[in-house]
Design a protein around this ligand. Structure first.
Ligand code: 6PG
Length: 253
């Protein structure tokens, strides 16, 4: 992971880390809306961001986020229907999107359970190219929120898979051997084109992967996919709680 574009924030608790992620997300939304009238961001799935989405939903009632000026996409999705308990979209809908004044037409779920997954990935990429403003030759998100698995995967970029080396597509679907299932995911070219990336990681179960990621010589992306997150001309902020940062030598500020 490129040192030049990275800030690491460590908070004592997951609650504190959630507060930092919420604060930064609000700053990014306000700056984007001020600059170009809208904010285009992609949400991550899994369990870590649930607390963040609930926090934003509560704040949304107080109007701290200009939700009417936000387009929401998803950085990855499981191969299940949008109403399935494992769906990243369903999790975001229940914790956040049903509770803030965002226009339904500005919510863009990933069609990861389509019959023709390659075609669906290409369509989602085309939608991104049509909706997200083009900068530096491609669609540039204001913010992409990411988590990280214990194996260092991020979005649905899994270690030692075909997804790691993809440079000719911004969105792809592929069969993930370790899961025995397919996933749809942003690829590195789209993620690293973003103006802001937040890598939000909590919990002691992520301590080993986090220490490898932030170490002096991190593994390559094939071994630790989160190490491939290196915004070309954007800002990467890694937000951790103390348990996740346990083996990094970093302590709460
Ligand atoms: C997903 C996520 C994935 C997630 C990590 C961490 O679809 O599962 O997008 O990349 O961020 O797996 O998941 P947890 O937050 O549940 O640990």
């Amino acid at each position: 992971m490129a040192e030049r574009s990275r800030e690491v924030i460590v908070e004592s608790t997951a609650e504190g880390a959630t507060g930092q992620a919420s604060r930064l997300l609000k700053e990014i939304v306000a700056e984007a809306v001020e600059r170009r009238g809208f904010c285009y961001f992609a949400l991550s799935g899994g369990s870590t961001p649930r607390g963040l989405y609930l926090r934003l939903a509560a704040d949304g009632v107080s109007g701290e986020v200009a939700w009417q000026n936000v387009h929401v996409f998803f950085g990855d999705e499981r191969d299940v229907p949008q109403d399935h308990i494992e769906s990243n979209f369903l999790m975001a809908q229940r914790t956040l999107l049903d509770h803030v004044p965002i226009q339904v037409s500005h919510i863009h779920p990933m069609p990861a359970d389509a019959e023709d997954l390659a075609g669906a990935a290409a369509s989602y990429e085309q939608l991104i190219r049509e909706v997200v403003p083009i900068e530096n030759g491609g669609p540039r998100f204001d913010l992409i929120l990411l988590g990280m698995g214990m194996d260092g995967h991020t979005a649905s970029l899994f270690p030692q898979t075909e997804a790691i080396g993809v440079t000719d597509r911004l969105v792809m679907s592929y069969f993930v051997p370790v899961l025995g299932r397919s996933r749809m995911t942003f690829t590195y070219p789209l993620i690293n084109a973003a103006r802001n990336v937040i890598l939000f990681v909590t919990g002691a179960d992520k301590a080993v992967a986090t220490a490898r990621l932030l170490g002096a010589e991190p593994p390559d992306a094939g071994e630790l996919p989160a190490a491939g997150i290196a915004p070309t001309s954007g800002r990467l902020t890694v937000i951790l709680d103390a348990p996740a940062a346990r083996d990094t030598g970093l302590h709460p500020s």
